[in-house]
Design a protein around this ligand. Structure first.
Ligand code: NAG
Ligand code: NAG
Ligand code: NAG
Ligand code: NAG
Ligand code: NAG
Length: 369
């Protein structure tokens, strides 16, 4: 745990405001700095390092920090009125007991206060059976975490990450309606949508437009308030080795079972957007577009001669999904994760990264912070 007083800032690139200097930096909560209500709710996952310097700070409203605690990031975020939230993950079996649950929550609240953070993102992607003890405990965890944070850190935000659809994806049979009701927002992870392939074992898009939007339709059908839903889009794709590639670019993949399904995207490898952008122009196929899934892909041959098919999201496919936010009045959008773009000084890479940030808000839709 960092002790604030021991941190010495070296604000070379950033214009760190005086309020962030030694000895008691960033005391103010972002929520106290006043967020512009016309801001798009843009929820960014950050996994560490200094890429955050290159984020589009005119749009970001929340950063969930999944990397090491970085007081420089905290100060900068607060200077922009942006919330910084902790990561929360715990084996569900450990919090079925109410006393253990309270202990876990108190621990997180204490940590958040020590670090001057503005809330927590609960990222618990474990299997849960409907109406099992874990099912009730998980909902209680969300409710009690939200109550504790709101009480101890006024204006703080508690969010919960859910699968692309509420239909027991990967055996995550949670009480989604109650969970959404119990926290400030749910981040819908609209990716890894081929984690359970029940039909043909072939490479498909990470987040096909139609499948993605059907997931939101299903959440809304449960009477979840659209203002609780943040759309999560992937800034990564999947690289599959093809057992066979047909003339029509159908790539058969190895059968890797996952949580009861015979076949899964676990047969592929997750690849950052920046990696694919360096590879695509020299690939076998060049950039291709699938008119049904509304997603880009390409084929390439590796040094051993194996053929691969790579599926990903680009500004076009992302903007097709992001439109739904305005149509249905969702709270906002976000991505896994902010670090997957190329923020180097290369002109082409810079433009590609700028375009990815822009695609999140196609028509600069006003959303809820
Ligand atoms: C619950 O808390 C008790 C007391 O601290 C501890 O002994 C026990 O191991 C905990 N149980 C779980 C499942 O974490
Ligand atoms: C869910 O129930 C099934 C069938 O009873 C069982 O095999 C499985 O272990 C359970 N999973 C969890 C996470 O409790
Ligand atoms: C999306 O999927 C639904 C259900 O399978 C289907 O009815 C609809 O036509 C599809 N829309 C598009 C644009 O493919
Ligand atoms: C790939 O080709 C496109 C189209 O010719 C070009 O605009 C882009 O800059 C190229 N990308 C890289 C990384 O060179
Ligand atoms: C990028 O350019 C800026 C300003 O031109 C320079 O200060 C910085 O060191 C460069 N970064 C890299 C990684 O080359």
């Amino acid at each position: 745990l960092h002790v604030q007083g021991n941190i010495i800032f070296t604000p070379i690139i950033l214009d760190i405001p005086l309020s962030c200097s030694f000895p008691n930096p960033c005391k103010e909560l972002a929520s106290h700095l006043g967020l512009d209500p016309s801001f798009t709710g843009l929820f960014v996952f950050d996994v560490g390092g200094k890429d955050w310097q290159f984020y589009d700070w005119s749009k970001v409203t929340t950063i969930a920090t999944f990397g090491k605690y970085d007081p420089e990031l905290l100060c900068f975020a607060h200077s922009k009125g942006v919330r910084l939230v902790l990561k929360g993950d715990v084996p569900i079996v450990d919090i079925v007991d109410p006393a253990n649950r309270t202990a876990w929550i108190n621990n997180k609240v204490t940590l958040a206060k020590k670090q001057f953070m503005d809330g927590i993102n609960l990222d618990i992607e474990q299997e849960v059976n409907k109406t099992s003890p874990e099912y009730w405990a998980l909902t209680a965890l969300v409710k009690e975490t939200t109550e504790a944070f709101h009480r101890e850190i006024p204006g703080s935000q508690v969010s919960f990450d859910v699968a692309w659809s509420p239909n027991c994806i990967d055996n995550r049979c949670y009480d989604y309606a109650a969970i959404a009701e119990s926290c400030d927002l749910v981040f819908v992870m609209s990716y890894d949508e081929q984690s359970q392939i029940w039909n043909e074992c072939i490479a498909r898009a990470n987040a096909p437009v139609n499948q993605t939007l059907m997931g939101y339709d299903d959440y809304l059908k449960m009477k979840i308030n659209p203002k609780k839903l943040v759309m999560g889009v992937p800034w990564y794709g999947y690289d599959y080795v093809c057992m066979e590639l047909t003339q029509k670019n159908v790539c058969t993949i190895a059968k890797v079972p996952f949580r009861g399904a015979p076949c899964s995207d676990a047969a592929g490898r997750q690849i950052p957007y920046k990696t694919m952008m360096k590879q695509i122009n020299s690939s076998m196929s060049g950039g291709l577009w699938d008119d049904v899934q509304l997603a880009p892909y390409y084929n390439y041959k590796d040094i051993k001669g194996n053929i691969h098919q790579v599926w990903y999201d680009d500004p076009h496919s992302i903007s097709l999904k992001a439109r739904y936010i305005k149509d249905r009045g969702l709270r906002g959008i976000g991505m896994w994760n902010g670090n997957l773009l190329d923020y180097s000084n290369d002109t082409v890479a810079r433009q590609q990264s700028t375009d990815m940030w822009k695609a999140l808000i196609p028509q600069e839709i006003p959303l809820v912070p």
